[in-house]
Design a protein around this ligand. Structure first.
Ligand SMILES: Cc1cc2nc3c(=O)[nH]c(=O)nc-3n(C[C@H](O)[C@H](O)[C@H](O)COP(=O)(O)OP(=O)(O)OC[C@H]3O[C@@H](n4cnc5c(N)ncnc54)[C@H](O)[C@@H]3O)c2cc1C
Length: 501
């Protein structure tokens, strides 16, 4: 019998991953992408010998990537090699100007913690044992599960052991009870930004990110982050996925509760048995679906907690920067005020925290010989407004701070390539709701059963994949979202990771 045809709207990590899975299973897949290349937020661009990964730069949860390639029968090493970063990152505090290097090596971190706060080495070790258990339980019981109702949350194991899970405490509360010094508290809290939330609003279960960070570690794939969408694209093509680029979808065609296909902005219609959207979930609901099939009201969307947007600088810098590591974090003096400006009282941060990635420290091929490739990111509130002049001034401020805190007096004169990217670009490039960089934040009320589901409630052959649905934000998590969408389509109801396709 002929296998069904599938249209996937959007070639982000989730869309690409699902295309490979369905392709391998024998579906006829068409992947339709508005931009000029695949990868979505994990795209690249080149300028004067510098190659910039435009979005993600932290390769975390290597076990999840490995599992994904394994179920497809692929050897991940035939696609890219991984290098463990050591140190994992450097953190600098604006309050005292001091820098600290952290590793995914228990002994080194214990010694560092002890030297900062006597007794904290033991506390760290115990904490990471607890968070390891949380991570493994979450992978086994929550992450690879499709939810239909709140009852799906309660498995036998959760009923027996769930009381040990910090579901109702907040991440900040847990960390601050265990650690007292500014640097340790901030180091153990910043990961929540990767989930799009402030530590004070993040469910305690996400302290599992501390295990992911400090034990599983940070890695760099050969060829840069772009190696991931490239690998996924190659697998999708191996299984005959047709990829249409520069093809924005204008609407999803639905008749009598059945999705028939899509109409592109150029008027062309493409039909299939199944439609999946990897595009922003708000954009899909409010702009691509016919009015009768929109699932949420404006009130719902406007009351969502959005993950931050970002003010990004892509810089090519002449000469080397020995002051920097691969990952560098510079933390504001007033942490609460900083998070407040992102999540509570949206305004441009006046004393911003920032992240500076210098991947040319690890990868010699992404900058001309002897030069450095910098990605600078300031988390800002989604929906912030600005003029081009304001953005240019803000860039100057950010560069002055990098010069000051990393002692690079001539940084500005050494910049040979400079591009800015912010809220308006996220809207224009990805149809992102209010220009959010990441999507819906991982607050308790936007997690698992409370996050938009990956199946349309009324259109039975319409599904979702990517950061907007379950489990949520981040490249490895989007690979899991592809597995969840695959299970929906193939009617696989067990809650465990797949063994093979
Ligand atoms: C600046 C930044 C830093 C990040 N850092 C990290 C990190 O370090 N580590 C990590 O793991 N994750 C990180 N993330 C998050 C991670 O990149 C995302 O969660 C993930 O890549 C999202 O994948 P997705 O499948 O949801 O698709 P997206 O990347 O959102 O792609 C969706 C695709 O749909 C397309 N599309 C939209 N509308 C239409 C339409 N109408 N027609 C056709 N196509 C359409 C878009 O063009 C896009 O290509 C970061 C993200 C950003 C932006």
């Amino acid at each position: 019998m002929d296998k069904k045809s599938v249209i996937i709207i959007g070639a982000g990590i989730g869309g690409l991953a699902l295309a490979g899975m369905l392709g391998k299973k024998g579906y006829k897949v068409t992947l339709i992408e508005k931009n000029e290349m695949v990868g979505g937020r994990a795209r690249i661009f080149n300028d004067q010998g510098f190659t910039f990964d435009m979005g993600p730069s932290w390769y975390m949860m290597p076990d999840v990537f490995e599992h994904f390639f394994e179920i497809l029968g692929e050897d991940i090493k035939s696609h890219y090699h991984l290098e463990r970063l050591s140190p994992s990152y450097q953190i600098t505090l604006k309050s005292d100007g001091k820098s600290y290097k952290f590793y995914s090596d228990m002994q080194k971190n214990k010694e560092l913690f002890e030297s900062i706060e006597p007794g904290s080495g033991e506390v760290l070790e115990k904490f990471l044992t607890e968070t390891k258990w949380q991570y493994e339980l979450s992978k086994a019981e929550f992450m690879y599960k499709n939810y239909n109702s709140i009852r799906d949350f309660m498995t036998l194991r959760i009923m027996r052991q769930g009381s040990k899970l910090p579901l109702f405490k907040k991440q900040k509360q847990i960390i601050e009870k265990k650690f007292k010094s500014e640097i340790l508290r901030k180091t153990l809290q910043y990961q929540t930004v990767l989930l799009g939330t402030a530590p004070g609003d993040t469910p305690g279960i996400y302290t599992l990110m501390n295990y992911v960070d400090l034990v599983l570690g940070e890695w760099y794939p050969s060829g840069g982050i772009r190696a991931i969408p490239t690998a996924l694209e190659n697998i999708a093509k191996k299984y005959n996925t047709e990829i249409l680029l520069n093809s924005p979808v204008k609407e999803i065609i639905v008749e009598s509760d059945v999705a028939k296909g899509v109409r592109l902005q150029n008027g062309k219609e493409i039909f299939a048995d199944i439609v999946v959207s990897n595009a922003d979930i708000w954009h899909t609901d409010t702009m691509l679906l016919p009015k009768d099939y929109q699932t949420k009201s404006d009130k719902y969307w406007n009351s969502r907690v959005l993950a931050p947007s970002a003010f990004i600088l892509y810089l090519g810098v002449k000469g080397k920067l020995p002051q920097m590591e691969h990952h560098n974090l510079l933390f504001t003096k007033d942490w609460e005020r900083g998070f407040g400006q992102i999540f509570k009282r949206p305004e441009w941060p006046d004393d911003p925290s920032m992240y500076i990635c210098v991947p040319s420290k690890t990868d010699k091929l992404i900058a001309p010989e002897g030069d450095e490739n910098l990605f600078v990111l300031v988390p800002i509130a989604s929906g912030l407004e600005y003029t081009e002049d304001f953005a240019a001034e803000y860039a100057e401020k950010v560069l002055s701070e990098i010069s000051q805190y990393y002692s690079i007096p001539n940084l500005k004169e050494r910049i040979v390539v400079k591009h800015m990217y912010s809220v308006k670009d996220f809207i224009a490039d990805y149809n992102a709701f209010k220009g959010t960089a990441l999507g819906l934040a991982h607050t308790l009320s936007q997690t698992a059963i409370f996050r938009p589901n990956n199946i349309h409630p009324k259109i039975k052959n319409m599904y979702y994949v990517g950061a907007g649905t379950n489990p949520g934000i981040g490249m490895p998590i989007c690979l899991i979202s592809a597995e969840l969408a695959y299970k929906r389509i193939e009617n696989i109801t067990h809650p465990f990771p797949l063994e093979k396709i």
